[in-house]
Design a protein around this ligand. Sequence first.
Ligand code: GRF
Length: 197
Amino acid sequence: MTKRVAILLSGSGSNMVSLVDSMTGDHPARACLVMSNNHDAGGLQKAADRGVDTAVVDHRPYGEDRAAFEDVLHARLIEARPDILCLAGFMRVLTEGFVSRWQGRMLNIHPSLLPKYRGLNTHARALDAGDTSAGCTVHEVTPALDDGPILGQAQVPIHPDDTPQSLAARVLEQEHILYPAVLRQFAEGNRQMIALP
Ligand code: GRF
């Protein structure tokens, strides 16, 4: 049976686009919802243009009460009946309570070669460290930040004249290849790690 995929984002949604556009033909999954915590997220219009339902749950009225925000998020997700939840630039840290409801069914893409550089500013940190390669990771989401089982990684070289922006652009190209590849396998029930290139 076709798997249903919900995607959470906060920004421009280029990873969401690569996921949605990959789910055609004999792909075992289809997008059922794109949801954001941010009304202004560019990804919402891109999803609507692709005929995918969209929803917004603004986190700001809930202030520090993450669990209250997540309860509303969860309720809207349940309506869409996803089998798989993909985080794609969703800039809210999720509580253990939320993660445990979706664990084993929730993926994230992170712009570093985990376990290196969990959290933010990954590209600047890789450059500051003098690394010669960087990349991205798709992993299952567990309560600890950027820490779940790794399902795929793609590497790129770091060039001597790289800036965080030029490196981010090179990594993002790989994100758009890696995330759809992992999602397809995951939807088929295969959790074998993918290593690119
Ligand atoms: C990507 O770099 C992703 O790795 C990170 O957030 C960014 C989202 O970009 N988690 P986009 O909204 O998919 O373009």
